[in-house]
Structures are given as structure tokens and as C-alpha cells.
Design a binder for this molecule. Structure first.
Ligand SMILES: *Cc1c(COP(=O)(O)O)cnc(C)c1O
Length: 386
């Protein structure tokens, strides 16, 4: 058998199904599919092309280089690419010429955008800080940002496409207060003479739970990867499908006597004569050392805990007298259909969220794309034709 030792299977049909379902829920509100961090570790290009094949009109990718990468593989200007975290030394010229949408939230940055304009106006979304205190103009700095945007728009150098904010999701009341601040900022812009054509505020959680925050567009990442954010709500509860399945092949098995110390520091000792199976996935691949004692993997539909320390490249499981052999498939997380844990459960077990788990699956884990959507643009990309 020739399966790679470790792999992340990416089910593009599942992504597509999630996209269709979420669009149905949000209708008639526009959906921006968020794909920052290499599409949450799933691989930017195939995910983006699958979304484009499904007719998506808005994609959020965080940075200009990622957006230009999508333009370079043929994502046309019919698809708006939103970016909002910019290197302070970035020259915005290529972004503007490629019609990449720029989230801008302070005067010096907006000035740099305006200065870079050449052939066509820059498409700008004005970012407002409604309480998260990351980027975004504060209520104090907002009027100056709006005034500069207004002047630049009148001079034909920029087009103000939208205003946006991002919520802290700390409590319903905090989010209500944040959106009230945002609404006041949009009103302030209007008073200053700037019309804001589009407003976007909500991400996965608020987009589902706070209908009144959907405004003109919601920006969703996690839901589309089948990782819902609400406490105690599984993907299956919502009809969403986890997109990534992390699997490996048993690399070796070894019969060992009772009281054998296993892996670094001997934090695990066998309690009987038993078989150890070597799973060739380690913390370099995104299985945290913390997973010992918290994570179980599935082999042939049965769960086994990690035995001993997770090492950089591997860990062991104690399979007792079960007939586990070299080459057998080990499912670390997936849809849950074959009795494996889901990434949401990994997040809970490890004191984090599923997003962190999928984003940290290492670069040496090959992503294998599956599903009937491996046609059209995605197929061309995977064949190296884009
Ligand atoms: C990550 C991010 C999103 C998407 O968040 P999800 O919870 O994954 O849907 C939306 N907007 C901004 C600004 C983000 O950084």
C-alpha cells in the first residue's frame, strides 16, 4: 500500500455543501467567505476555486499578497477580494490595479493607499473599532478617517465600498453595544457627507445567532469549514460538515512486555504485555504535546488514547492485543462518522477552539483534495494548469 504516512483529506464537497447551506440561511444577505491563514489550514487555492465554482462573489483573505495570489491563478475581478491586515511597508499599487478591496482604518494608511493610486480608484472599506481594539478607527479617530476618505473619493482616487467592524463575542450585551457604536459611526459618516453603500459586521457566530447584525453582508470562515463556534453546538447539530480529516498510517507495531516505559520521559508504562503502534504524526504536524491524556485516535473504528509523550514526528498508542498492523489507517479527527473525534472535540479537549487546531496542521502534512467538486477550476489548479 502506498498511502502517505500522514495526510489531511480536504472534502471540497463538504465545503461546498456548507457554503450552500450558509447562503440559504443568510439569504438575501451577501456572504463573504473568509479564507485567511491558508483557508484555515485547508489550502487557499483549492478552497477559493471551489468557492468561485460555487458562485461566491466575496472572499476575505486578510493580506494583499494572498489576494494577488488568487488573481494570479485566475480569480477574476467579478469576485471581490477583501484584505484588511497590511504590512506597513506594503506598496498598494498592485492591489489597486488588481481591484483588491482594502480594509483601511487609520489616516496614515489611507493616505498611503491614496498616494499609490494610478490608473483606477482604490476600493476601500473603512474599518471601525467597536470594542475589539485591534485595528479599526476609534470613535475619536473615525471622523478624520471619514473626512480624508470623502476628499479622496471626490477627487476620484478611491471608492468607498463599505464600512465594517469585528465583534468581540464576549457577551450578547457587549456585542449589542458594539453594533450601536458602529451604527453611530456610520451615521456620523453620513452627517459628514459620506455615503456608506455596504456594512459588514458579523462573523460565523453572530451571523448565525444575531440576525439583526447581518447588515448587508456577513463574513464567515469557521462555519464553512464545519467548525461552529457556539458552546455545545456541534457541526452535525447545524447540518454542517467538517471539511478536514486528519489521518495517518500505522508506521510500525511492536510487541513489548509489561512495565515498558513509552516515549520520552516514560510518562506512560504498559500494564501488561501489549502491542504499541507508531503513529507518524507529531507536534511538528500540529498534534500538540498537550494532547497526551486528552486525545484519542480511531483505528478500525475503535478509540485509543495517546500513550506517552507526543514527539516532534510521532506518537504511540497502546493497542493491547488488537490486530493492528503496519499500514492500518489511523483517523485523528474527522467528521465523527467512523467513531473518530471531530476537530471541535479536539478544541474542547485541548482548551482551545477547532480553528486553532486546523490552522496549525503543519506544512509537511500533504493536503489531499476530494469530492466531486474536484472538477472545473479546482481540477485545473491541481493539475498545475493555473
Ligand atoms: C477571522 C475573521 C472573520 C471570520 O471569523 P469566523 O469566526 O471564522 O467566521 C471575519 N472577520 C474578520 C475581520 C476576521 O478576522
Amino acid at each position: 500500500m502506498n498511502a502517505p504516512l500522514r495526510r489531511a483529506e480536504i472534502d471540497l464537497d463538504a465545503y461546498r455543501a456548507n457554503l450552500d447551506l450558509v447562503r440559504e440561511w443568510m439569504d438575501p444577505v451577501e456572504l463573504m467567505a473568509i479564507m485567511k491563514a491558508d483557508a484555515y489550514g485547508h489550502g487557499l487555492e483549492p478552497i477559493a476555486l471551489a468557492a468561485v465554482d460555487a458562485g461566491i462573489r466575496w472572499i476575505g483573505v486578510l493580506t494583499v499578497p494572498a489576494a494577488l495570489r488568487l488573481r494570479s491563478i485566475g480569480v477574476s475581478e467579478d469576485v471581490h477580494l477583501f484584505t484588511w491586515q497590511h504590512d506597513p511597508a506594503l506598496d498598494f499599487r498592485d492591489a489597486i490595479d488588481s481591484a483588491v478591496d482594502l480594509g483601511v482604518s487609520n489616516v496614515p494608511e489611507l493616505q498611503r493607499v491614496i498616494d499609490a493610486v494610478d490608473q483606477r480608484p482604490a476600493r476601500v472599506h473603512l474599518g471601525f473599532d467597536s470594542g475589539l481594539h485591534r485595528d479599526g478607527a476609534t470613535p475619536e479617530t473615525w471622523p478624520a478617517l471619514v473626512s480624508l476618505a470623502l476628499d479622496a473619493q471626490r477627487a476620484g482616487r478611491i471608492e468607498v465600498v463599505a464600512a465594517y467592524t469585528h465583534l468581540a463575542e464576549s457577551s450578547d450585551q457587549d456585542d449589542t453595544d458594539a453594533v450601536a457604536l458602529f451604527d453611530a459611526a456610520v451615521e456620523r459618516a453620513d452627517d459628514l457627507g459620506l455615503d456608506i453603500p455596504t456594512e459588514h459586521v458579523a462573523a460565523s457566530l453572530a451571523g448565525l445567532e444575531r440576525k439583526e447584525f447581518r447588515k448587508d453582508m456577513v463574513r464567515m470562515g469557521a462555519n464553512l469549514f464545519g467548525i461552529p463556534g457556539a458552546d455545545g453546538v456541534s457541526a452535525a447539530d447545524l447540518g454542517l460538515e467538517p471539511v478536514m480529516t486528519l489521518t495517518a498510517s500505522v508506521a510500525k507495531t511492536k510487541r513489548v512486555p509489561v512495565d515498558t516505559g513509552v516515549s520520552y520521559d516514560y510518562t506512560y508504562r504498559t500494564t501488561t504485555e501489549t502491542t504499541l503502534a507508531l503513529v507518524p504524526v507529531g507536534y511538528a504536524d500540529g498534534v500538540p504535546r498537550l494532547a497526551q491524556g486528552r486525545i484519542e485516535v480511531a483505528i478500525a473504528g475503535k478509540r485509543y488514547p495517546i500513550a506517552g509523550r507526543v514527539a516532534m514526528d510521532q506518537f504511540l498508542v497502546d493497542v493491547g492485543d488488537d490486530d493492528v498492523r503496519t499500514g492500518d489507517a489511523v483517523v485523528l479527527f474527522g467528521t465523527g462518522e467512523h467513531d473518530e473525534m471531530t476537530v471541535l472535540e479536539w478544541g474542547e479537549a485541548l482548551g482551545t477552539i477547532g480553528e486553532e487546531i486546523v490552522c496549525r496542521i503543519g506544512a509537511r502534512v500533504p493536503r489531499e483534495y476530494q469530492g466531486h467538486s474536484v472538477e472545473g477550476h479546482v481540477a485545473e489548479y491541481l493539475r498545475g494548469e493555473r
